[in-house]
Design a protein around this ligand. Structure first.
Ligand code: MN
Length: 213
């Protein structure tokens, strides 16, 4: 007899350079963690960074393309440094894109409703392989669409540093091995269309590329 009434799809994983795949438990995301992006979204310095979440199965592993999602006409890219949590704290880092249905987000904001439909949709978290790194420093982060640079900043521009993000997250959740934390996006977010090639990188961490199909 099977153990459950039916079988779920396997837990999503992310490749790790030089190790076995990383099993994903949760995805936490930081909002408004770069001052210039906060400003372009209409916020100011009275808006501190905060968290939202995506489901683990929003992960799109490296090498896979992203289907243009349902129910939006304004899909946006947000390049982000991703922190991967292991059994002993920080396991490594990756490069991720926090894909956002910006029209649904604007509607949710206007009504004071949650962001799940804007942020936590299927295939909304493309990610690179994880690189095991102890320290990152002030690395350049950037994203281009069809070869044109759209986002360009430095990790040192983050309002909450990686240790501060972890400290804040641990006030709210029991952060565990398998958790991924998207650390927020710099300025320059914008729309992508079917057929666009998105390439993102964080120097010293890695790069990812995918097409919207
Ligand atoms: Mn984001």
């Amino acid at each position: 007899m099977p153990e459950h009434a039916f079988t779920l799809r396997p837990r999503p994983t992310v490749p790790v350079e030089g190790d076995k795949p990383f099993p994903v438990r949760r995805i936490l995301c930081v909002g408004r963690n770069y001052a210039a992006h906060r400003a372009e979204m209409g916020g100011d310095d009275r808006d501190p960074p905060f968290f939202f979440a995506k489901p683990a199965d929003a992960i799109v592993p490296p090498g896979e393309n992203v289907p243009y999602p349902l129910a939006t006409a304004d899909l946006h890219h947000e390049i982000e440094l991703v922190v991967a949590i292991g059994p002993d704290g920080i396991f490594g880092y990756a490069v991720g894109v926090d894909l956002t249905r910006r029209d649904l987000q604007a509607a949710a904001k206007a009504k004071g409703q949650p962001w799940d439909a804007a942020k936590g949709f299927d295939h909304s978290a493309p990610i690179s392989a994880i690189r095991k790194l102890a320290n990152l420093g002030d690395a350049p982060i950037g994203l281009s669409v069809n070869g044109e640079v759209r986002q360009k900043a430095r990790i040192g521009d983050m309002l909450w540093s990686v240790p501060e993000i972890l400290e804040q997250a641990r006030l709210l959740w029991d952060v565990q091995a398998g958790d991924l934390i998207f650390t927020g996006t710099p300025e320059g977010v914008g729309p992508v269309q079917k057929g666009d090639l998105i390439e993102g990188s964080v120097e010293g961490v890695g790069s990812l590329s995918f097409e919207i199909v």
